[in-house]
Design a protein around this ligand. Structure first.
Ligand SMILES: C[S@@+](CC[C@H](N)C(=O)[O-])C[C@H]1O[C@@H](n2cnc3c(N)ncnc32)[C@H](O)[C@@H]1O
Length: 388
């Protein structure tokens, strides 16, 4: 079983489409990537590093630290292996345990059964050594264990994040069709935005893109917004080190001047939600909010980045109406934003054709299960419509 003072395999998970941005973030924090796949990557590091990653990463879902690796053929062997581990050193009977499994093995066809076996083994072990058993259930917020069981190979991880890191704690008012915070951060990172040029976000909805941009521009680690992480529920949690990491992180400030961030929406309710969310995130002073049609969005004189996440017909909006809106977005880019770099995030490539401008890049993302693109438009002075 893992000695958490020693470097271990750490698996950092993310949504499909975000791994390149995650890799860059992890490398910028000074870590070497051991391996990577479409929904995450692995490094070798210690428990303090896991805490630091939870504090700083913008595009990660979970930071998982390896507890043990073993071979097992069936659910009884799984129970035996898991029960043999010294859980009493990791989890107090006062804690709340949840288990998540990813299973691809012939002896079991329901991951919930594997989770139940792991949960039983842990609580039985703690009860036999300490005389009391931890509560358990589906709430993945406190002491969370992940099982990956592939063929005969099983790996058990402690989920040091608990709740997904996408849940930053600032979106008290989601409004309609909000973008997940980790995706919004990935989209902003994909534009190369660093706060030095203006960022304009028409159709801002609940403000996720503008808020993530403000967090990036100010250098504020998103983990400062949360007060609960999985690692806090492990016996031996080093609270002093965590507090000192937070103190240091709070002092991080982008030294340069941050250019204006402007977020608008036609719906006054969306702007109310976005303002409230920005306030909760502590970045409201950095964003100017307005209620207006996207085409009336104020554009600062200095050139910058304009990013729009319009409705795309899957969840909101009627297609014929949207076709007109997409065409108007092309007009807006051409007439109001010459010299800027424009981006449209959409899950509907047919609608995107109505923009009528040639995209210089198409970056692939997923919004939940929807295959999406971030389309980049270089809006040179005198940009012409392409022939349809
Ligand atoms: C897909 S949502 C944006 C979600 C946003 N990215 C978030 O994370 O909350 C699209 C937004 O466009 C707004 N909208 C639709 N038509 C508009 C228009 N003509 N002008 C401005 N905003 C518009 C809607 O009110 C909605 O809030």
């Amino acid at each position: 079983m893992t000695d958490f003072h020693e470097p271990q395999a750490i698996r950092i998970t993310c949504a499909p489409g975000l791994v390149d941005y995650l890799r860059r973030e992890v490398e910028e924090l000074g870590y070497t990537i051991d391996s990577s796949r479409p929904t995450g990557l692995e490094i070798t590091a210690g428990m303090h590093d896991a805490m630091r990653l939870n504090l700083f990463l913008r595009t990660a879902f979970n930071v998982l630290v390896l507890i043990d690796t073993f071979t097992c053929a069936d659910p009884d062997e799984l129970y035996g292996h898991v029960r043999a581990l010294r859980w009493e050193e990791m989890i107090s009977p006062d804690e709340y345990l949840s288990v998540v499994s990813s299973v691809n093995t012939p002896t079991i066809n329901d991951w919930r059964f594997a989770s139940l076996k792991v949960k039983d083994a842990i609580v039985d072990r703690v009860a036999s050594v300490i005389g009391a058993r931890p509560n358990s259930g589906p709430l993945r917020e406190n002491f969370v264990v992940h099982l990956y069981w592939n063929g005969d190979d099983a790996r058990l991880f402690l989920n040091t994040s608990g709740r997904k890191l996408a849940d930053r704690n600032y979106r008290k008012m989601p409004h309609k069709a909000p973008m997940q915070e980790t995706l919004a951060a990935g989209v902003i990172l994909a534009t190369g935005y660093d706060g030095s040029v203006p960022l304009v976000n028409p159709m801002c909805g609940s403000g996720t893109l503008a808020i993530e941009a403000a967090l990036i521009a100010s250098g504020r680690p998103p983990g400062l917004l949360r007060d609960n992480f999985g690692f806090m529920h492990r016996k031996g949690f080093d609270s002093d080190t965590w507090q000192s990491m937070r103190r240091i992180a709070r002092k991080i400030r982008n030294k340069g001047t941050i250019a204006p961030i402007i977020a608008t929406d036609i719906d006054a309710g969306a702007i109310r939600a976005a303002r409230k969310n920005a306030e909760t995130a502590g970045v409201h002073h950095m964003i100017r909010f307005d209620v207006c049609d996207f085409a009336e969005t104020p554009i600062p004189p200095e050139k910058g980045i304009v990013v729009i996440n319009p409705e795309y017909g899957e969840r909101l909006g009627l297609l014929a109406e949207l076709e007109k809106t997409y065409k108007r977005m092309g007009d807006f880019f051409k007439q109001r934003c010459p010299g800027w770099t424009g981006y449209i995030f959409t899950g509907n490539l047919e609608l995107a054709k109505k923009v009528g401008l040639r995209a210089s890049r198409r970056m692939e993302f997923f919004n939940a299960k929807i295959d999406c693109r971030l389309l980049k438009y270089e809006l040179y002075e005198g940009t012409r419509r392409k022939e349809d």
